[in-house]
Design a protein around this ligand. Structure first.
Ligand SMILES: Cc1cc2nc3c(=O)[nH]c(=O)nc-3n(C[C@H](O)[C@H](O)[C@H](O)COP(=O)(O)OP(=O)(O)OC[C@H]3O[C@@H](n4cnc5c(N)ncnc54)[C@H](O)[C@@H]3O)c2cc1C
Length: 431
């Protein structure tokens, strides 16, 4: 190993690997450190990988990457105890190249992606935990690992160590995360024969479906559940912010059990065999939780920089895009032989001019609003279900009378002024 690297990347998730890949492609001497047995061995994701940001790194990656199914249908369920109001979109333009997004199993995908970084010239070392950053005169100069003689040096250290980034906390870039800034999600991979998946979700072999489930899936608390199709398995999971979980005294595994036994969900899983149980945090603080992302000799990318758009369940794409932007800034810094924060700030500029920060800024009040005013999940979802049931039950009542009756029951349950206020507040939070 050389004594000093151009770049040390900590964490071989999508953010770190994207950064390592682009740096290596540009001829930099890159070390990628991963604490897991292999990249992906410790990583958890509901499973939707977005084509656009991955394609910007590896064109036509779908021809060789270990993907599960291209997603052709996205459904949204507003679920009550024994009913569901559903809507969504299915389009066969997503069933053909270049596709829109894919379901993936991270243990397979991350390994393949890291192999691409290695082929581009990065050195990957697994089973190595970075304990701290080495700092000299205010500049990060390397990392201390858990290996004997484990101090390693570089011009730039990239922190891609995920949501609970101990390293950025050590550098004082962010504080301990508050319970309302993270969601705790548990998920299970359930094996099911391909034919059953295709029949139950109305799919062909190379087509996938995602279902996001709100309302009773989190027992009315802020959060969502998901059910995604892989080739021969389903990913099912549920999560709420830690603060909601604490307030409502929920246990994550009880929530998942409740979901799996819900009458709207159970038939979709019938006959399946549990293959894996996983739990992970998701950074959901959004715009206001994004820390300082650049320092002297250091940049922070992906979940470590809290770059997740929870409303659109986008995280892996933001991780990759931020990793790529950081790499481009590092390549420029190398050309100028200047690794100061002011030079590396071109990463910050790119990030703030990109869809990432623009989208986080757009939804900056959303999580806070929906947590502070629990009626959206607790009251409106059951109301929507009751209204749909009333409207679609054929009982001889004229439709106009039904409409009036539905409006009357909504306004009498919440009050007309409150309904208007709730609508305005929700619109403001997502506008
Ligand atoms: C249940 C769940 C469902 C999700 N669903 C989706 C989805 O459908 N679509 C989507 O786009 N996003 C989704 N996300 C979010 C997405 O998983 C993350 O945004 C994404 O993985 C972030 O990538 P990352 O590389 O920043 O971090 P990670 O993927 O967390 O990778 C961090 C890596 O760093 C390693 N590491 C950590 N500390 C150290 C250390 N000290 N030394 C060495 N290595 C270290 C870890 O082992 C890991 O490999 C979901 C997340 C969860 C938890």
């Amino acid at each position: 190993m050389p004594e000093k690297f151009d770049v040390i990347v900590v964490g071989a998730g999508p953010a770190g690997t994207a950064c390592a890949y682009v740096c290596a492609k540009n001829g930099l001497n890159v070390l990628l450190l991963e604490r897991g047995e292999y990249p992906g061995s410790k990583n958890v994701m509901g499973g939707v990988l977005y084509r656009k940001q991955m394609e910007e790194l590896i064109p036509e990656f779908w021809k060789e990457a270990p993907l599960e199914r291209p997603v052709v249908e996205q459904r949204f369920w507003m679920m009550d105890k024994e009913s569901v109001v559903s809507f969504g979109y299915k389009g066969l333009e997503w069933a053909v190249e270049p596709y829109n997004n894919f379901t993936v199993l991270r243990a397979h995908f991350d390994q393949w992606f890291a192999k691409k970084a290695v082929e581009a010239g990065a050195l990957l070392i697994n089973e190595t935990v970075v304990k701290e950053c080495l700092v000299e005169n205010g500049k990060v100069v390397g990392v201390r690992t858990d290996r004997p003689d484990g101090d390693l040096f570089a011009d730039v250290v990239v922190l891609a160590d995920g949501v609970n980034s101990l390293l950025s906390k050590q550098l004082g870039f962010h504080k301990e995360l508050r319970p309302d800034e993270v969601a705790l999600t548990v998920m299970e991979v359930i094996n099911l024969p391909k034919e059953k998946i295709n029949d139950r979700f109305n799919l062909e072999d190379n087509q996938g479906c995602t279902i996001e489930i709100f309302g009773d899936s989190t027992q009315g608390n802020l959060g969502t559940a998901f059910l995604y199709t892989n080739k021969e398995s389903l990913n099912i999971g549920v999560g709420t912010t830690l603060s909601s979980m604490i307030k409502a005294k929920l246990k994550p595994y009880d929530l998942l059990d409740y979901l799996k036994n819900h009458p709207m969900v159970k038939p979709m899983l019938a006959g399946g065999e549990s293959a894996e149980y996983l739990a992970h945090l998701i950074p959901e603080g959004g715009y206001r939780s994004v820390p300082k992302v650049v320092g002297d000799g250091v940049v922070i990318v992906g979940d470590a920089a809290q770059l997740v758009n929870a409303i659109h369940r986008e995280g892996s794409n933001m991780a990759m895009a931020s990793g790529k932007m950081a790499a481009e800034a590092i390549v420029k810094a190398k050309a100028a032989n200047d690794f100061s924060a002011s030079r590396l700030n071109s990463y910050r500029d790119a990030l703030y001019n990109s869809f990432i920060i623009k989208d986080l800024e757009k939804y900056k009040d959303a999580a806070h609003t929906f947590e502070k005013y629990p009626q959206y999940f607790k009251e409106y979802v059951p109301m929507m279900n009751k209204a749909a049931s009333k409207f679609f039950t054929v009982d001889g009542t004229p439709k106009r009378d039904k409409q009036k009756d539905i409006m009357r029951s909504i306004t009498s349950e919440r009050g007309t002024i409150n309904v208007l206020k709730d609508m305005y507040r929700a619109w403001k939070a997502v506008k």
